[in-house]
Structure formats: C-alpha cells, structure tokens
Ligand binder design. Structure first.
Ligand code: G1P
Length: 289
C-alpha cells in the first residue's frame, strides 16, 4: 500500500530551548532562511508524500500560519513589485496539504501520535520529529519509503551514537540482516546507563503501520511518566516484526542549542547563494580560534 501521509508532532513545549521558545514555537526558529519545521515538511514533499498531519497544542498557530496562504502579505508584496519574494512566500503555502489535530494534554509522544489516528485511518504512514533535521542526498524519508516497498514491515531510522549518549534516545537491539539493516528484537526508551549494550539510537523518522494506534491506546505511561511511542513500537515489533535502518546522511538535533548551531553551519555551508561566502567566513574565523 502506498504511503501518502506524514504525521509531525509539534505540540511540545520546547523547554530545552527556553527562553527562545517562550513566546514562539521552537519549530519556528530559523535555520539560515527558513524555520526548522519547513525543512521537515520539505523532506516530506521531496519524498512524494501527499498530506501532512500536524499534532499541535495551544500557542502553536504560527506553524499553521506559516504553511497557509497570507493574502495581505501577498497583495502587499505584489503591489510593491516584489514578485520573486511573493512567489517564494506563496510557494510555502502550495507545498502540500496540511491538516492539524490538537493534543490537549502533554501526555507524551505516543499520545501525540495516537491523536492523529482518525486522520491517518487504516494505512501506513510516516512520523517525523521536528527536532531532527537530516541532510542527505536522498531524503531520509524517501530512503525509508523505498525500503518499505520491499519489506512491507515497520521501519525506524537509527544512527550509532557514543555509548555515553544512549540514555538520551530510544535504543534498538537486534540482529544485522544486511548492510544498514537490523531486525529489531527489543526497543528501550532512554535506557539507564549500563542496561543496554546497543548504541543504535532511534532518530525522529518512523514508517509505521496503522496497528500502532490500538497498541498506543493500550500503552501505559513509561519513561518520565509519559506515553512513549517506543513502548508501543516494542509491541508492534512483537506483533508484526520491525526493522531498524541506518539511514544515509547526517542528522542534527535542532532541539538542542549546540545541535541547532551545528545545523545552521551545515545548512548555511550548502546554501545555494550564501554558501560560498559563508564557507569563506567560517575558514577565516576558524583560523582565529
Ligand atoms: C524522542 C523519542 C526517542 C528518540 C528521540 C529522537 O525523544 O522518544 O525514542 O530517540 O526522540 O530524537 P525526545 O528527544 O523527544 O526526548
């Protein structure tokens, strides 16, 4: 079955990014010339997905507005003969169909995904977490969609992390079946140090089948007292099997202050117009450090 929908949870309070995220959603913080959420949506679009489902909460309307058509702004820019800029702004609202559902209480990532059940319906779908920006020749989601066509089994994207960082992630244990592909045995949300030998960390890209919704409904609060997606994934893996895929590309944790700065440097270095001057500047600056 073709994967047509992507769920993007954006309901979180962004506490790791305070005070910047006090009055604006952290997903609206800029990397070079676009808010981080636009990179996520552009990855979805470049992967051939038809519909985005945002799981939002109070105070997040700036995200919905960003992907909406802004009549006043468009008219103003056209009157000022700034046609190029007007076109660029219109382009964002034409990227893809966006619908949103509300997560009324911050009960966890698993609960946020469960909120999308009626809009997703009975079909496989992608989940992208807004904190994880991936720079890749082939979009990370596209790599997963191609693999899903072959495997027809849920897939989580992973990357290897240093052992001392595993407690910050959902960790996958399993057996390698071929290059970059592991058959999942166990998933643990943020394992305490020393409780798992694996360093395969789930990054925010999942390709799931709709059975996850019933399993999420039965999932009881786990790590941090929240309904964890990882716990429901363990149940889904037991039921239908699951693969972990070591994607090709680089992931930046844009929800963390240092990760966000790294993302800015990486995306600015590759930027079509700003890239060459920015790279020169970085070289000059590095020489002074
Ligand atoms: C979430 C997931 C975790 C995953 C991580 C990737 O955690 O619960 O399993 O490894 O995203 O970014 P969070 O970073 O929201 O605490």
């Amino acid at each position: 079955m073709k994967v047509r929908k992507a769920v993007i949870p954006v309901a979180g309070l962004g506490t790791r990014f305070l005070p910047a995220s006090k009055a604006i959603p952290k997903e609206m913080l800029t990397v070079v010339d676009r808010p981080t959420i636009q990179y996520i949506v552009e990855e979805v679009v470049a992967s051939g997905i038809e519909e985005v489902i945002l799981v939002t909460s109070a105070g997040k309307s700036a995200i919905e507005n960003h992907f909406d058509y802004n009549f006043e702004l468009d008219t103003f820019l056209e009157q000022k003969r700034k046609h190029g800029l007007a076109e660029e702004v219109r382009h964002i609202s034409n990227l893809i169909d966006v619908v949103s559902v509300r997560q009324k209480k911050p009960l966890g990532l698993g609960h946020a995904i469960w909120m999308a059940r009626n809009v997703v319906g009975n079909e496989p779908f992608l989940v992208l977490l807004g904190d994880d920006l991936v720079q890749a020749e082939t979009p990370c989601c596209k790599q997963m969609l191609d693999l899903f066509e072959e495997l027809q089994t849920p897939i989580v994207a992973i990357q290897r992390v240093p052992q001392e960082e595993t407690h910050q992630y959902g960790i996958v244990e399993g057996q390698a079946v071929r290059d970059r592909l592991t058959k999942v045995n166990r998933l643990i949300e943020k394992p305490a140090p020393g409780t798992s030998d694996s360093n395969m960390a789930i990054i925010g890209r999942y390709l799931l089948t709709p059975e996850i919704f019933d399993l999420l409904e039965k999932t009881t609060p786990g790590h941090g007292g929240e309904i964890q997606l990882t716990d429901a994934l363990m149940a889904l893996s037991n039921k239908n099997g699951m693969y972990a895929y070591e994607f090709e590309g680089t992931r930046y944790d844009a929800g963390d202050k240092l990760g966000y700065l790294k993302a800015i440097v990486a995306f600015a270095s590759c930027h079509k117009t700003l890239g060459p001057a920015f790279r020169r500047y970085i070289k000059e600056m590095a020489a002074t450090l």
